[in-house]
Design a protein around this ligand. Structure first.
Ligand code: ATP
Length: 717
């Protein structure tokens, strides 16, 4: 049956269909462009003769049977590509890794899985480890790449874990936590597309530079329905460009802030000391006494509504009290009889009070309408609700918002609530209009039935058979040109289908409250390493983070192999931790390069010169196997960065450094989550002693290289 509803559509209906089709095709085109590099990277041959090519996305032949051409790596049938071993071949006779450049195959690696199979291709006797090692040794580009060709079995299990509930992935530096988290997001979007495409997936990272670093992985896997953000970016309309001292951030991030802000809101619900005199435009002075105001406040609070939504309750009570009082005065019978005013007169008085600007001003004074920004700015200017020793740490009367303010704004928004009745009425009107339009489209579809589908036996279902106007309107809403991720970014109350948090150990208790609000389903993947916690407001244990939200209903998975840092470097890094924790065992490095880290000891005033010298020399030692020197990072305490920047003019540095440049200057905190072929760590002793979690910062800095490490330290003069 080649006829379709589209052929008889009206202009309007045809336009809807054309728009939808255009959008689908544009999305498909950009997906195809994004996955082109390394599109097909493997092949699995089964003993029964079946053969599948594995790729970044699934593709089918353009024939009548839609014969599969390329199997999506996430499909169940592709799993043996990642899990089969000689011991447990999962039905495979051969596994092939293909390496490509553009559209050209540049290398093949065949692994024989069935020793009884005598067929040979000439590409055997090499195994998957060789492909893995080539990937690990490749020069870095300043952008994370996907690992879809070489996902290891322990990683595969985590990537494909069911999407419900909270999954915590813990592992030392370089164990692939970020890589696994991103591939898991791609997997979930594939396996639960219906649920997740509508609700979008949120990926939270520690800073914008890190998000830039990981930003190309998901598109290269064909997935774009994802929002990448720091917690500082999750309050629409606010750009947090300020910075806090670590001590201020720790106060702002602490659990106690939820109560502190709740108290700050209550403190804005006031009553007059004794009595407040309202000068009514027509009726003279209306005294509002403390007791009436207290009654109104108690009634408004008893509603349990957020501040701004409870405000009308307060206002009505006050207006009632003033009306009763005025009626008493105006209608009093001079001879002591009952009040002379009738119900209509009293209603009229009530109206005059309710519309009086003076009354409104008085209500506003006692119970002001507040925005989150107003409340927080007022609180920070005079943080009376905090213990005295903390007040000075956070006090601020102007300046830009900081990332630590954002969870507080979110908390304030919850406490205040938004009187969005006008916005909701407008949205409902728009929805009704869409339903009416959708009904029109469906009527056309139904009308066409008489001559289109005269064959009563036809199994073709037209739109009107399967969908009603309400749902059709919803579909059209989905065809809103913005993606779910874009809509989510603009909506503070959006509930994401899944949230992935990278470097999860860094988030403060208040940031967790914000994230949990964005994920009522608690479908989350949290990855991190408490041994790398740098932020003073960061958490020490998963238990502590999660108990308030899911109690002990969460699953922990551990990754134990370090794919980034060679064994020689890991030993040096582990020693730093052992100074505090003698039993510390680092993750096992998957490779060693035979290259020991270079440690230079100089006098304090020679630190910069020695660091620059090492930075210029070290990348040229190529023994690690990288064909080009790749990327270099000089990681130093913030105080040394200006001098280092002056001595290394080509280096990128600052708030959001360009990681694709050959040389980058970073503080240890900025280096979190990143990696470079060569790293020079300057003045480790200062890094270690600069903050309470300085050892963690130094550990992070030392575990960033994929090939070479240099350390420039001060020695006794
Ligand atoms: N299966 C794999 N195949 C190829 N490369 C891998 C694999 N697993 C991890 N890697 C590489 O190892 C490096 C470290 O991975 P990743 O950054 O995800 O580790 P991490 O655990 O998040 O580290 P950290 O905690 O130090 O930030 C990356 O270059 C990543 O691509």
């Amino acid at each position: 049956m080649s006829r379709s509803v589209a052929q008889v559509g009206t202009g309007r209906q045809a336009k809807v269909e054309r728009d939808v089709r255009t959008q689908e095709q544009a999305a498909r085109l950009s997906q195809l462009n994004a996955v082109e590099s390394g599109l097909c990277f493997g092949r699995i041959d089964f003993r029964d003769g079946a053969e599948h090519h594995i790729g970044r996305i699934g593709m089918r032949e353009d024939d009548a049977e839609r014969t599969p051409l390329l199997i999506d790596w996430r499909a169940p049938v592709a799993r043996p590509f990642y899990l089969a071993t000689g011991y447990s071949p999962m039905g495979l006779s051969r596994r092939r890794h293909l390496t490509t450049r553009g559209r050209e195959v540049t290398d093949l690696h065949d692994e024989i899985m069935d020793l009884g199979d005598a067929t040979r291709t000439g590409y055997e006797n090499r195994d998957a480890d060789e492909v893995l090692l080539a990937a690990l040794n490749a020069a870095r580009t300043g952008r994370m790449t996907d690992i879809v060709q070489t996902i290891q079995a322990e990683q595969d299990r985590i990537i494909r874990a069911p999407h419900r509930g909270v999954l915590v992935v813990e592992g030392g530096p370089g164990t692939g936590k970020t890589a696994v988290a991103l591939h898991r997001a791609a997997y979930l979007l594939y396996a639960y597309r219906e649920q997740l495409a509508r609700r979008a997936v949120l990926i939270v990272g520690p800073n914008p530079a890190f998000l830039g670093y990981i930003g190309e992985v998901l598109p290269s896997l064909g997935e774009t329905g994802v929002l990448l953000a720091t917690t500082g970016e999750l309050f629409p309309g606010v750009t947090a460009t300020g910075t806090d001292t670590p001590a201020a951030a720790a106060v702002k991030g602490g659990t106690a802030m939820a109560d502190v802000l709740a108290r700050a809101v209550r403190d804005r619900q006031t009553v007059p000391e004794r009595v407040t005199a309202i000068e009514h435009e027509d009726h003279g002075t209306l005294p509002l006494d403390r007791e009436s105001a207290e009654d109104a406040r108690a009634a408004a609070r008893a509603t349990g509504l957020p501040h701004n939504l409870a405000r009308p309750h307060f206002a009505f009570r006050v207006i009632d009290a003033l009306t009763a009082q005025l009626a008493e005065r105006l209608g009093a019978d001079p001879y002591g009889g009952p009040n002379l005013l009738g119900a209509d007169d009293i209603a009229q008085l009530g109206k005059e009070i309710a519309t009086s600007p003076a009354v409104h001003a008085a209500i506003d004074e006692l119970w002001p309408h507040l925005t989150p920004q107003r409340l927080l700015a007022d609180f920070l200017a005079d943080p009376l609700q905090l213990p005295e020793h903390e007040q000075a740490l956070v006090r601020r009367s102007d300046g830009p918002w900081t990332p630590a303010d954002v969870p507080l704004l979110d908390e304030a928004a919850e406490l205040l609530g938004e009187d969005d009745s006008a916005a909701r009425a407008a949205a409902e009107a728009a929805r009704q209009e869409q339903v009416a339009y959708a009904q029109g489209v469906l009527d056309v579809s139904a009308g066409s039935k008489t001559y289109e589908f005269e064959d009563e036996e036809s199994e073709v279902l037209a739109a009107h058979d399967v969908i009603d106007a309400e749902r059709f309107a919803e579909r059209q809403e989905e065809a809103d040109t913005r993606s779910a991720a874009e809509r989510a970014a603009a909506d503070r109350t959006w509930a994401f289908g899944h949230i992935v948090v990278d470097e999860a150990q860094e988030l403060s208790a208040m940031a967790w409250r914000l994230l949990m609000r964005r994920c009522p389903s608690r479908s989350m993947t949290l990855v991190g390493d408490p041994a790398q916690t740098g932020d003073a407001a960061g958490c020490d244990s998963w238990q502590q983070i999660l108990r308030p939200y899911v109690d002990d209903r969460w699953t922990l998975e551990r990754l134990g192999v370090n794919y980034r840092t060679p064994a020689e470097i890991m030993e040096v890094a582990a020693d730093v931790r052992r100074a505090e924790e003698p039993d510390f065992t680092p993750p096992r490095s998957v490779r060693s390069t035979g290259e020991e880290p270079v440690v230079v000891t100089v006098a304090q005033d020679e630190l910069v010169t020695a660091a620059v010298e090492l930075a210029l020399k070290l990348p040229d030692t190529h023994r690690g196997g990288a064909v080009s020197p790749g990327r270099l990072a000089v990681i130093a305490p913030a105080t040394l960065l200006p001098r280092l920047a002056a001595a290394l003019p080509g280096a990128s540095h600052g708030e959001t450094p360009d990681l694709t440049r050959p040389t980058v200057l970073l503080t240890p905190r900025q280096a979190k989550g990143l990696e470079f072929d060569t790293v020079v760590v300057v003045d480790p002793d200062t890094v270690r002693t600069a903050s309470p979690r300085g050892t963690n910062d130094l550990y992070v800095a030392l575990t960033r290289p994929t090939q070479r490490l240099g350390v420039v330290r001060t020695g006794a003069a």
